[in-house]
Design a protein around this ligand. Sequence first.
Ligand code: ZN
Length: 178
Amino acid sequence: MAIRPILTAEQPLLREKSKKVTRFGDTLHRLVEDMLDTVRAAYGLGLAAPQIGVLQRVFVVEMPAEYDDDDNEIEPAETYVLVNPEIIQSRGEEELEEGCLSVPGYRGLVKRATYVVIKGQDADGHNVRYRAEGLLAQAFQHELDHLDGVLYLDRLESADKLFRIGEHESEALEVDAE
Ligand SMILES: [Zn+2]
């Protein structure tokens, strides 16, 4: 198990198309474990293999646990490992705010389907299929894009859909200081 460095947007490998996984052995299991360690360490929601330099069609998504006001866990974290994923159904469209571990310091507004059905395999090669809406559907679409060399930056309709994290807060602070 290991935390691996995450490539950032200017690195050309992120623009390449990943290859279909054909071997479901120890190497794949280690890759998936490293991806989970890496995404957790970065407090991310999802990570695709090319983001750590591996051009294989694998991504992980982890929806965080939910807690009540007294810090009791009411919903455990949900972990999804998708190998050779394909979206086989999608519905609706919504403009959503999105970030990426490969684009640190920024967020953008991107149009995504509101509902998807995704199929693929797990790390052992068993077929899996998930229905997803909202944040989970958005995460699946974002991570699948990575496997085709697409970043959310490529989906922005205009430059003003991209903004720095904390920009609004710092503006507010300046106003207060005057
Ligand atoms: Zn990303």
